[in-house]
Design a protein around this ligand. Structure first.
Ligand code: NAD
Length: 322
């Protein structure tokens, strides 16, 4: 299915696109990164150098492998280059009108057999597909940040996507050692954000009701649920726990869980005070006096430890399971 795919084009040389480029090049694809901004292209090259340098320094990658990746990525600002594209990942700014303009132009340039995907975080793919010529070859391919470490990819069917396109995108995800999951139709938030925000809603409700502190709720995930969910999904956990027990608990608990449609004050108050979390130095916690950088360093260190342990191959540090 992938035998005809050699040239992968990534549109958008930002946070996501730069990291994706590295990954496709690592698994042998010829990669072209396209952006309208020259400055973005310069920054993307620099970011790739930083990432490759760190990988070599920490022994995650050999200097030769880093060089192979480097030479497998070219940069362009010429949309006509898409005439060589076999596979496109669009990771440009999250704006429907700009994405539609992009797709209207690019889908007329790419060969008819090219597979076309968007990394939108939540814009309607069916609406975006209205701008795509031959929309049956278009679907969502939603990655998690940073794509070269997080192994999940959501593959989302838009109204006109055909089965062969979905199969090719799933095969591509596997070829770059990622795990695809499929959404047979698009829903707001796809899968990841529906779960993430269902948890946040319940967590905020419990804090607002004075049941537990934010710190203790964060600890429930770090030392309990997070460990479980790193290895098992909710259906596997229920099977292990016993469906008779889960049925009895669900019977009295579901009615008590938060189902509010309102955004809690615990989020909107911070938002309206420009307290955006780590990026602004204050959010639920205080990140003054360098604690912002400490938090990011802590996250990256712990995340890589878990990722190395479970999926070492992804980081070039071991064999991993897939
Ligand atoms: N950052 C994340 O955590 C994350 C996670 C999943 C999905 N996404 C999605 O991925 C996409 C990109 O996000 P990002 O964080 O990398 O953004 P970013 O702002 O870092 O990069 C976007 C890039 O797109 C370029 N661009 C803008 N208009 C363009 C055009 N018409 N043609 C070509 N390039 C253009 C910009 O110059 C910029 O370099 C968005 O749709 C976003 O919602 C982001």
């Amino acid at each position: 299915m992938l035998e005809n795919i050699k040239n992968v084009f990534i549109a958008g040389a930002g946070v996501m696109g730069s990291s994706m480029a590295q990954l496709f090049a690592k698994y042998g694809f010829q990669v072209a990164v396209y952006d309208v901004s020259e400055q973005a292209v310069v920054k993307s090259r620099e970011l790739t150098e930083v990432n490759l340098g760190a990988a070599v320094e920490t022994g995650r990658m050999s200097a030769q492998e880093a060089q192979t990746i480097r030479s497998g990525i070219e940069y362009t600002q010429d949309p006509q280059d898409f005439a060589r594209a076999d596979y496109v990942v669009e990771a440009i700014i999250e704006n429907m009108e700009i994405k539609k303009q992009f797709w209207s132009q690019i889908s007329a340039i790419v060969p008819p057999a090219a597979i076309l995907t968007s990394n939108t975080s939540g814009l309607s793919l069916t609406e975006m597909a209205q701008a795509v010529q031959l929309p049956e070859r278009f679907c969502g391919m939603h990655w998690l940040n940073p794509p070269h470490i997080c192994p999940l990819i959501e593959v989302i069917r838009a109204e006109k996507t055909d089965e062969q396109t979905l199969e090719t995108v799933r095969a591509m995800a596997q070829a770059i050692h990622h795990f695809p999951v499929t959404l047979n139709r698009e829903v707001p938030g796809f899968l990841i954000n529906r779960f993430q925000f269902a948890i946040l809603r319940e967590a905020m409700s419990l804090v607002e009701a004075g049941v537990a502190s934010m710190e203790d709720i964060d600890n429930v995930f770090k030392y309990g649920l997070g460990l479980r969910y790193a290895c098992l999904g909710p259906f596997e956990i229920a099977d292990l726990g016993g469906l008779d027990t889960f049925y009895k608990i669900a019977s009295y608990l579901f009615a008590d869980l938060s189902n509010t449609g309102e955004v809690h004050a615990l989020l909107s108050d911070h938002y309206h005070n420009n307290e955006f979390g780590v990026k602004s130095g204050k959010g639920y916690y205080d990140y003054a006096d360098g604690r912002d950088k400490e938090m990011i360093a802590y996250r990256d260190k712990m995340f890589l430890k878990v990722s190395d342990c479970l999926y070492g191959d992804l980081n070039g540090a071991g064999e991993g399971d897939h």
